[in-house]
Every structure is written in structure tokens, then in C-alpha cells.
Design a protein around this ligand. Structure first.
Ligand code: SF4
Length: 241
């Protein structure tokens, strides 16, 4: 059950609490219009590694994890390699490492595999692309059913969750939209935090290199201060103190 890694960031500070190793797994089924990592989309690419080899690597960083950090599995989409992910999470937790997954909830796994993954996950960073099915489809190219199934299981298992949402000018920055997002979040349990992330254009050059069309070519970046204002207005209770 080897996995395919796109890359590892050893001292991540933005993908979960504390200092973290961020393990980017290859493959993603979504095609989010704002994605800045199209180079992670293809499955079966990158470095092949076993769960044990990976966790042995992570152990070396344990002194840094004392800050309350640990490992975050990201991507691409980590749920696309459910067997590898499940075993890597199990071994990481066994080694005393705090475990987190950064996911859109769109994997390729049976309910039972999602349950095994979540049983060894301390925190889910759940990326809400959109809360309305039609808009979700337009933004990602996929129907909402798969992410809804994952969310349902995570809720049943009461796994702590941080919600993340990318705020794109003209697409997801409207007052009505954010009020709707707040309502959606209030309907969930175990949400500890909400992070509104301002849209940026740092990955646009990758589309050019890969000769892919970029549908947000005319969309400006999201002003971080305006985004922080929206965070305060709509999600003050869900913001890190
Ligand atoms: S889920 Fe993440 S990696 Fe996949 S297309 Fe969306 S932003 Fe890109």
C-alpha cells in the first residue's frame, strides 16, 4: 500500500496548529477554478513511499512538534489514497504525533475506509468549496455528493474540524454568500474554527507551463484586509484568539 507523494514541507505554519510537517499527496479529482496546485492533480506521480518509511521520516521532526504541531496530510487530495493514508495516520498516532488531514472531502473510498482514516485523525481541515450544489459544481467541476458523504461520516464520528473557505472576488465574497456560509457552518457540530482564505494568483504560472486554461484570468486577488474584515464580521466566534 505504498503512497505517492508530491512533496513534503517540513516546517509548515499555516496548515493546522503549531509547527507541522505537511505531506502533499498526489492526485485530485476536483478542478477548483482557483486551484494554485494543478501540478498535484495527476494520480500516481511523485515519490513512492510506504507508510512506515514516511512516519520514520516524520519522527525526526518530533522536537518541532512540541509546539502543539504534528503532521498534516494535504494534496492534491489525501483521501484519494485511502489505504496509504489510513496506515500512515495510524502509525503517526502510534508514534505520538498529532494528526491532521487537509481535505475537500472528495476521495475514492468506502464508508469504512473513511471511518478508519478518521479514527486516527485528530483534526480535519475541511475545505468548503461552496455550500450550494449548483455553485459547487460550477466551481469544482464535480457534484457535491462525495464531499457530503465524507462530511456526514466525520460529523457522526464527532471529529474536531476547522473549516476553510477561499474568498474569490465576484464569486465567493458576497455578503449574502458569506451569511449563507455562516448558516451552513452553524448547522455543523465540532467546528472549532473557520478560516477565510483570500484568493491569490501565485499558481497562475503553473497553468501556463502546463498549457492549461485558467478560467479566473481576469479575476483580481482578494485584498487580505477586506478578507480579514469579512472574517471578523461573519466568523468572529470561530476565529483564533
Ligand atoms: S481540491 Fe485542492 S488540489 Fe484539488 S483542485 Fe481544489 S484546490 Fe486544487
Amino acid at each position: 500500500m505504498d503512497g505517492y507523494l508530491h512533496s513534503i514541507e517540513s516546517m509548515g505554519l499555516v496548515d493546522g496548529p503549531g509547527v507541522r510537517s505537511v505531506v502533499f499527496l498526489s492526485g485530485c479529482l476536483l478542478r477548483c477554478r482557483y486551484c494554485h496546485n494543478p501540478d498535484t492533480w495527476k494520480e500516481g506521480m511523485g515519490t513512492r513511499i510506504s507508510p512506515r518509511q514516511l512516519v520514520d521520516k516524520l519522527r525526526r521532526f518530533m522536537p518541532y512538534y512540541r509546539s502543539g504541531g504534528g503532521v498534516t496530510f494535504s494534496g492534491g487530495e489525501p483521501l484519494l489514497q485511502p489505504e496509504f493514508l489510513g496506515e500512515a495516520l495510524r502509525l503517526a498516532r502510534q508514534a505520538g504525533i498529532h494528526t491532521c488531514i487537509d481535505t475537500s472531502g472528495v476521495g475514492r473510498a468506502e464508508d469504512g475506509q473513511y471511518r478508519e482514516i478518521l479514527a486516527n485523525t485528530s483534526l480535519v481541515l475541511y475545505d468548503v468549496k461552496h455550500y450550494l450544489p449548483d455553485e459547487y459544481l460550477k466551481l469544482t467541476g464535480m457534484p457535491m455528493d462525495e464531499t457530503a458523504r465524507f462530511l456526514q461520516i466525520a460529523q457522526e464520528m464527532q471529529v474536531p474540524m476547522w473549516i476553510r473557505h477561499v474568498v474569490v472576488p465576484g464569486l465567493t465574497d458576497g455578503e449574502e454568500h458569506l451569511a449563507g456560509l455562516r448558516k451552513f457552518v452553524d448547522g455543523l457540530s465540532c467546528v472549532e474554527r473557520v478560516e477565510l482564505l483570500p484568493y491569490h494568483r501565485l499558481g497562475v504560472h503553473k497553468y501556463e507551463t502546463m498549457k492549461l486554461a485558467y478560467s479566473l484570468a481576469d479575476t483580481p486577488v482578494m485584498n487580505p484586509d477586506v478578507c480579514a474584515g469579512l472574517q471578523k464580521k461573519y466568523f468572529a466566534e470561530y476565529t483564533a484568539k
